[in-house]
Write a protein that binds this ligand. Structure first.
Ligand code: GLY
Length: 370
């Protein structure tokens, strides 16, 4: 097992990464709780595999644990669903000393973290992350949110968990497409911050793709360290943390445009990971056209994404003008400027706010003719 400590001025928490961590959740949660009540929030897909052992661990540690199971999928990240969960917590008589345990991937940790952030003005929560995306990104850093019908993650709060457990054994049951979505964020972390990790992804992809537990523990721990460094320097995204949005400015717009259109991205049903992979390719092409980066590192990024089964070519059916219009709506542009994180080398990026619409159009077009 590996451990990454996250420290802020007046608080901190631990991220533990390893195999078979679920049995220890009870004792660890008991140590955090100031009352004997806890609630597990999870989704139907994850519950089938892991809810019973988790409840057994919590109850075995002396906690009165209730479970609330929400439907799997992004639609559960709503204020309506959050409202139902407040009712559940109230009925289970959770008080200010109780703990919410989020069991699942990014949707569940965003939603359960948001409910924990707002119930009684904020109670403690533990993230037990069961997807690669959750383990390398969503469960670490305290971003919690639900979606507004017109904008993803619009309603939320920064509320750091008290503990994060990334059990790599749970990745064995993860569908391939979800695993790939996590790999897109892994490539992102390597490109923005860690040339050594990038080298590992290039030279030793097979144990990762084969989901070898030791390889996964190593990769997840390296990614958590990268994310920890960034969020410790900038917990509320007023500066450095923005680099974590590499690939996402274009990616989010592509994701929405493709969902509105054919539902396909890079030749398969849209996923966040597919959108981020294409977003990283588009943003790298913007940097290339500006002379910020050479063609060799952009090609290296392309090859690694391809090796991980992520798309690097954009089909003509995606409406690029719609994508450009959606980008203008991106909430990060609410302050008036569209910000981009552009790579300067493998392991180094720059935050810019002067990218013209035509630069984005040209970069997207270049991906349709690859
Ligand atoms: N997923 C980006 C961040 O946590 O800031």
């Amino acid at each position: 097992m590996q451990q990454v400590n996250i420290r802020f001025t007046s608080s901190g928490y631990v991220v533990r990464i390893g195999s078979n961590l679920l049995p220890r959740v009870g004792q660890e949660t008991r140590a955090i709780a100031r009352s004997p009540r806890a609630a597990v929030i999870t989704d139907a897909g994850v519950a089938a595999h892991y809810l019973d052992p988790l409840l057994a661990s919590l109850r075995g540690a002396g906690l009165q644990a209730e479970a609330a199971v929400v439907p799997a999928g992004e639609a559960s990240k709503s204020l309506t669903q959050a409202g139902e969960l407040y009712d559940r917590l109230l009925r289970a008589r959770l008080d200010r000393g109780s703990v919410v345990v989020a069991l699942g991937g990014g949707v569940v940790t965003d939603l359960a973290g948001f409910v924990a952030a707002t119930y009684m003005r904020g109670i403690a929560w533990v993230a037990v992350s069961t997807t690669l995306l959750g383990q390398v990104d969503a469960s670490v850093g305290g971003k919690t949110a639900v979606d507004h019908p017109r904008c993803k993650n619009l309603i939320g709060a920064f509320h750091q968990p008290s503990l994060v457990l990334a059990d790599v054994s749970t990745l064995a049951t993860l569908p391939d497409e979800e695993f790939r979505t996590g790999l897109a964020e892994v490539v992102k972390h390597a490109v923005i911050r860690d040339a050594q990790l990038f080298g590992l992804l290039e030279t030793r992809p097979d144990p990762i793709l084969g989901r070898d537990p030791d390889a996964l523990e190593d990769v997840v721990a390296r990614n958590v360290k990268i994310k920890a460094d960034v969020i410790m320097a900038d917990p509320h995204e007023s500066g450095l943390r923005r680099i974590l949005n590499y690939g996402h400015t274009v990616g989010h717009a592509l994701e929405s445009a493709a969902i509105e259109g054919s539902g396909k991205l890079g030749g398969a049903p849209v996923t966040h990971g597919r959108a981020v992979a294409l977003g990283m390719m588009a943003e790298a092409r913007i940097a290339l056209a500006r002379g910020l980066i050479g063609s060799a590192p952009v090609e290296r990024q392309r090859q690694v994404l391809k090796r991980f089964g992520l798309p690097v070519q954009l089909e003509a059916s995606v409406d690029l003008e719609r994508c450009l219009a959606l980008m203008q709506h991106d909430k990060k542009a609410l302050a008036g400027r569209l910000r981009f994180v552009l790579p300067e080398a493998i392991g180094a990026v720059r935050d810019v706010d002067d990218v013209a619409e035509d630069e984005i159009r040209q970069a997207l077009l270049s991906l349709t003719s690859d």
